[in-house]
Design a protein around this ligand. Structure first.
Ligand code: PXP
Length: 241
């Protein structure tokens, strides 16, 4: 199972002060060094986290593939064609949402998506569609000539108890169906250190794209060291402990 690390929330923290730090490019390099298979970022219409310059720099600096999540709008398509990430993942986007809420309605946007995918293919950029684990959306993904789908694991992540087994079953069946059509299958959204293992065990999923939980974990994995470094600079009685 491959891991794509979404670095959006390093940029979220930076944008809280609209300064330079923490730098998502530096973050991407740490993920690469740690063994991540790809870097994921989402250039949103409202630029709430990743900025245009981040995308240009990421493409230049990292050696592993860059997967750009994006809405299929004219503005972002133009930027993506210019920056040439290895892959784009088309997602639905609403300004008021906190994060990508549901999967893309591929079935309801066949003609538009067919044209967009053809443009990316012509430019040598592979395309994935972020869809709910539903058979009609997967069928439609094949119809519009996508190479891959990323299955939305948000409902699985949000469902507790018996409902979770049902969500897992949907993901397993959707994976099997997508593979039978010749699509590559990735998955992601809401995955964390507690819920990732059953998803990992679904045969056929090639890659998980995970962001928030890894960046959230990094805060506590690094906080003790960060406090010690500051105490050492202050040189008080708690220095060098
Ligand atoms: N995959 C897609 C298509 C997403 O939109 C997101 C959120 O940006 C993720 C994966 C990662 O989700 P999370 O941050 O909850 O791990």
């Amino acid at each position: 199972m491959k891991l794509g690390v979404n670095i959006d929330h390093i940029a979220t923290l930076r944008q809280a002060r609209k300064g330079e730090k923490p730098d998502p490019i530096e973050g991407a390099l740490v993920c690469e060094k740690a063994g991540a298979d790809s870097i994921v970022c989402h250039l949103r219409e409202d630029r709430r986290h990743i900025q245009d310059k981040d995308l240009s720099l990421l493409k230049k600096v990292i050696k592993i593939p860059l997967n750009l999540e994006m809405a299929a709008t004219d503005e972002i398509i133009k930027i993506a064609l210019k920056e040439q990430p290895s892959q784009v993942t088309l997602v639905p986007e609403k300004r008021e949402e906190l994060t990508t809420e549901g999967g893309l309605d591929v079935k309801g946007n066949l003609e538009h998506l067919k044209k967009v995918i053809a443009r990316f293919k012509k430019a040598g950029i592979s395309v994935s569609l972020f869809v709910d684990p539903e058979i009609p959306q997967i069928k439609a993904s094949k119809e519009v000539d996508s190479q891959s789908v990323e299955l939305h694991t948000g409902s699985y992540a949000e469902t507790e108890g018996e409902g979770r087994a049902e969500e897992l079953k949907k993901l397993r069946e959707a994976t099997e169906f997508a593979i039978s059509l010749g699509l590559k299958v990735d998955a992601g959204h809401g995955l964390n250190y507690e819920n990732v293992v059953p998803i990992c065990q679904i045969p056929g999923i090639e890659r998980l794209n995970i962001g928030h939980s890894i960046i959230a974990r990094a805060v506590f994995a690094g906080l003790e060291e960060a406090v010690k470094e500051m105490l050492n600079l202050l040189g008080g009685e708690n220095a060098n402990r």
